[in-house]
Design a protein around this ligand. Structure first.
Ligand code: ZN
Length: 501
């Protein structure tokens, strides 16, 4: 059995090598590659992805998994070996159900649709992408139908990114969250909007980058096993457990864009850097779901990075870095500015209170599209109507409305948005559990010490990689199934104090 297992892991390692090489090419494409490299780079990445897919779905892998099934069943569920076999089998069954010809068709369509979107958005021209989106919807339905027996057609698509979550459970969580959020938003927005002019002064790029790096180094991002470069849309990528990189962008007239995206991406990266080292090269060596991944970035960005204690430590340092801009700005003004709440049009710019309403709109619209209760041609109107009723704002055009997010135009419809809000919900549940276990965490944060929190997250979440599903991680780490209660408690406490609610 050991021999069979060694054979399997050797094959999995080759698949991972190909995938990591694709990641290097992709990182280079979005950071340093000159425009002339685009065409060949696309082809090179497609070739590597195809080879990785062929290798992973090869019959030999299926045979090894079959041969190892009795061995897996003889081991405890939470052993590393049983988990490796379980997670590999799940992935294998998922990928072998989708024919290679369909994958190729989908990839080609996605590239064309993305191209159309890059023209349609600046031109404010929904009609240009409508036929592409209609085909994306057909293909998304086809993709779901390779997994018959689902309860809701979006369930198999949700499984790709948030395994084990269902439309039914997500809807119930979101409905409960919405009923609690709407009154909080109403109470806050009935008061004067916080003044954030102090954040919109001239902040030179070099100092912004230096400050952001000094912050995440303190949080525990390991620069010996990572680095930060500039890009258009910040992301985190991994070439191995010893090389987890992040990217950022700087706006010289907005202090918060680079800073909070750097903290956000470092949260994703610390998760990956914290995975047990001997999982390297296997399907266990990655975050377990988009929700859990987002919980880690949001925990550091919002629960820690926008907290009073965090800035009690860092604000004097920020003032030293930017004396002309900030010496006359009181701590309270700064703290209120970085926690300004106001209903807005753009999801990625939204504050942490209204953010989830943006996600829920997208989740409801994409499930309606998949169900066939909403037609693509009616999508812009449905979008505007929901923004009006949920957030009280209306986009002046489709550019800042239905065309704002790349997701539907570069991938699939269904299963792509729920992870953001699941992550917010989980972030508070994890944080509350960490504070229960280690009540000194908030005092340490106010002194610029993050080891205890980092250690708790590493112990309870990071090290396991993909060994456990999102639901299992939540239950094991917090002793409870996923619940919105800690998230609502967190928002009520923080914004209750800020706005005397
Ligand atoms: Zn993220």
């Amino acid at each position: 059995m050991e021999k069979q297992l060694a054979k399997l892991t050797a094959r999995l390692m080759e698949v991972d090598d190909l995938n990591r090489a694709t990641a290097v090419l992709s990182w280079d494409q979005t950071t340093y590659m000159p425009p002339g490299g685009a065409a060949a780079r696309g082809r090179q990445m497609a070739t590597l992805s195809r080879l990785a897919h062929e290798k992973f779905t090869a019959a030999a892998i299926g045979k090894l998994l079959d041969a190892l099934r009795p061995y897996e069943e003889s081991l405890p569920y939470d052993s590393d070996e049983a988990s490796l076999l379980r997670v590999t089998r799940r992935e294998y069954e998922k990928l072998t159900k989708v024919p290679a010809a369909f994958v190729a068709k989908l990839n080609t369509h996605q590239a064309e649709s993305y191209q159309a979107w890059t023209e349609a958005r600046p031109a404010n021209d929904f009609a240009l992408v409508q036929p592409y989106l209609e085909k994306t919807l057909d293909l998304s339905r086809d993709l779901a139908n390779f997994f018959p027996g689902y309860e809701h057609i979006a369930d198999p698509l949700i499984d790709f990114s948030d395994y084990g979550m269902k439309v039914r459970t997500v809807r119930a969580l979101f409905a409960e969250l919405r009923s609690q959020l709407v009154p909080i938003v109403k109470a806050i927005t009935s008061q004067p909007v916080a003044d954030d002019a102090c954040l919109k002064q001239a902040y030179p790029e070099a100092q912004q980058l230096a400050f952001g790096q000094s912050v995440i180094e303190k949080l525990g991002y390991d620069f010996k096993r990572g680095r930060q470069d500039k890009t258009h849309h910040p992301f985190c990528t991994k070439f191995s457990l010893g090389d987890v990189r992040i990217t950022t962008r700087v706006q010289e007239r907005d202090l918060t864009d680079a800073l909070f995206s750097t903290i956000h991406e470092s949260g994703h990266a610390m998760y990956e850097q914290g995975i047990q080292r001997d999982f390297e090269g296997t399907p266990l060596a990655g975050g377990t779901s988009s929700g859990v991944h987002e919980s880690q970035s949001r925990c550091w960005e919002n629960l820690v990075g926008r907290s009073r204690g965090f800035w009690q430590f860092f604000y004097p340092q920020l003032q030293t870095m930017f004396p002309d801009q900030l010496n006359a700005v009181s701590f309270e003004t700064f703290y209120r500015a970085i926690n300004k709440v106001t209903p807005s049009l753009i999801r990625t710019d939204a504050d942490e209170v209204t953010y989830n309403l943006h996600v829920m709109i997208r989740f409801d619209l994409e499930t309606a599209l998949l169900e066939g209760t909403l037609a693509v041609r009616d999508l812009p109107e449905a979008w505007d109507a929901r923004y009006q009723s949920d957030l009280g704002v209306r986009a002046p055009d489709n550019r800042d409305g239905v065309l704002q997010d790349v997701h539907w135009y570069a991938g699939q419809i269904g299963g792509v948005f729920q992870g953001y809000t699941l992550g917010n919900i989980m972030s508070a549940q994890f944080y509350e559990a960490a504070l229960r276990a280690q009540p000194t965490i908030p005092y340490e944060i106010a002194q610029g010490k993050f080891d205890t929190l980092h250690g708790w997250l590493a112990e309870n979440i990071y090290q396991h990689g993909s060994k456990f599903t999102a639901n299992e991680v939540v239950e094991r780490a917090t002793g409870q199934p996923l619940t919105i209660a800690p998230y609502i408690r967190y928002l009520r406490t923080k914004y209750g104090e800020l706005y005397q609610l």
